[in-house]
Design a protein around this ligand. Structure first.
Ligand code: KG4
Ligand code: ZN
Length: 366
């Protein structure tokens, strides 16, 4: 095998079916030859959240189409691939199984090696795909099912410094949207509504803000939005556009404050363990939020720390990050997987850290 690796990635752990081709030559920046994402928003719209069975079925139907499109757009064939990387967890198990089965079929059919990738590692390694950030660095991984601060030492070595003790912020954005009658996924709708809102009108909580360490909590915040909405309905018989915008702005400002303060603390904890100031990176779907990116950038500027955030299409779920995490693993000399590769609903990045969460809407969380 030459030093250049060209990898097909597959992703199907939640509600995005995705395939991508990424190429990397040591000493050069990685190249995303193509990234295809087929979302399922309309399929779940009537249910107010992701329905696992519907998601799994849609993945099974769409995966091969996405793979064909990705290969065609990249101008390559399956046989040009050095390996096939697939999300093997954590996530909604039916979707993960669809991806793993598809990847196994492709690997056998084209006689290519198979590599199972941790979805969270895909998000956590994205800064190296887009910005060639050097190890170690400090990562805030913030998505629909996950929220954690990680020291990223190597492609397969992570230390969790803290995380949410209940909901992930993406889940709180989605629930807030549901409470206010805005469409799913909630993050982009709440962000859009917040632009015309007054963040100071409602006094919403900043849970655990004054507690030591960098653990977080978001479920009380979402309940506070529910109470505020109910109070308005009791008073006025309903809520106006302006009420909705003000609640969204207040909610988003509270999330920004919590993430900013906890990032300061995570940095302080990091610096008790390592002497060199790290780059701080953010990734995951919620990292697409401009207000949150801005708040984190402000913390980094104030502390003289470099900040990096992927372009929006590489914050939300995609397969380029899975192909890249596969390349990173191969470069560490990790063995390929074989046909015994299993789909895992749970797969914490830091295996030594005790699990903090139960199962949520987006599947089991690490
Ligand atoms: O990383 P991702 O695509 O899937 C998971 O692995 O969870 O993240 C999806 C989550 C959803 O909860 C969605 O509402 C949220 O990311 N999200 C946002 C924004 N765009 C997506 N949250 C806040 N602001 C956004 N602009
Ligand atoms: Zn994700």
């Amino acid at each position: 095998m030459s030093d250049t690796l060209t990898i097909l990635g597959l992703e199907s752990s939640c509600d995005d079916t995705a395939a991508a081709v990424v190429r990397h030559t040591p000493g050069q920046s990685p190249e995303i030859l193509t990234t295809v994402v087929a979302g399922q928003t309309e399929l779940h719209a009537a249910y107010g959240g992701v329905v696992p069975e519907i998601a799994a079925r849609a993945h099974a139907e769409k995966l091969d189409i996405c793979v064909e499109q990705a290969l065609e757009q990249a101008g390559v064939t399956l046989r040009d691939m050095d390996a096939i990387a697939v999300t093997a967890g954590p996530g909604l198990i039916g979707g993960v199984m669809s991806g793993v089965m598809c990847a196994k079929g492709l690997a056998v059919g084209a006689n290519r090696p198979l590599i199972g990738v941790n979805h969270l590692a895909g998000h956590a390694l994205t800064p190296r795909l887009v910005d060639t950030v050097a190890f170690p660095y400090l990562m805030l991984l913030v998505s629909g099912g996950h929220c954690q601060f990680l020291m990223v030492h190597a492609p397969d070595e992570f230390t969790r410094l803290g995380g949410t003790i209940d909901d992930a912020p993406g889940e709180a954005f989605d629930k807030t949207a549901r409470i206010l009658g805005l469409p799913q996924p909630g993050g982009p709708s709440v962000e859009a509504a917040a632009t015309s809102g007054d963040p100071r009108r409602f006094s919403l909580p900043r849970p655990l803000l004054n507690q030591e360490g960098c653990n977080m909590s978001f479920s009380g915040l979402k309940t506070a939005v529910l109470r505020a909405r109910d109070a308005l309905v009791a008073d006025q018989g309903g809520i106006t556009e302006q009420d909705r915008a003000d609640l969204c702005a207040g909610f988003q400002a509270a999330v920004c404050d919590v993430l900013a303060e906890k990032t300061r603390r995570a940095l302080a904890i990091y610096l008790t363990q390592k002497s060199a100031t790290p780059t701080i990176a953010v990734a995951g779907g919620v990292a697409a939020n401009q207000a949150i990116r801005g708040a984190l950038e402000t913390v980094c500027n104030a502390n003289g720390v470099a900040f990096t955030a992927p372009p929006l299409n590489l914050c939300t779920d995609n397969a380029a990050m899975i192909a890249w995490a596969g390349i990173e693993r191969i470069r560490t000399g990790a063995p390929y997987d074989d046909l015994t590769l299993m789909a895992r609903p749970r797969w914490p990045l830091d295996q030594s850290s005790p699990s903090m969460l139960g199962s949520g809407k987006k599947g089991a969380k690490a």
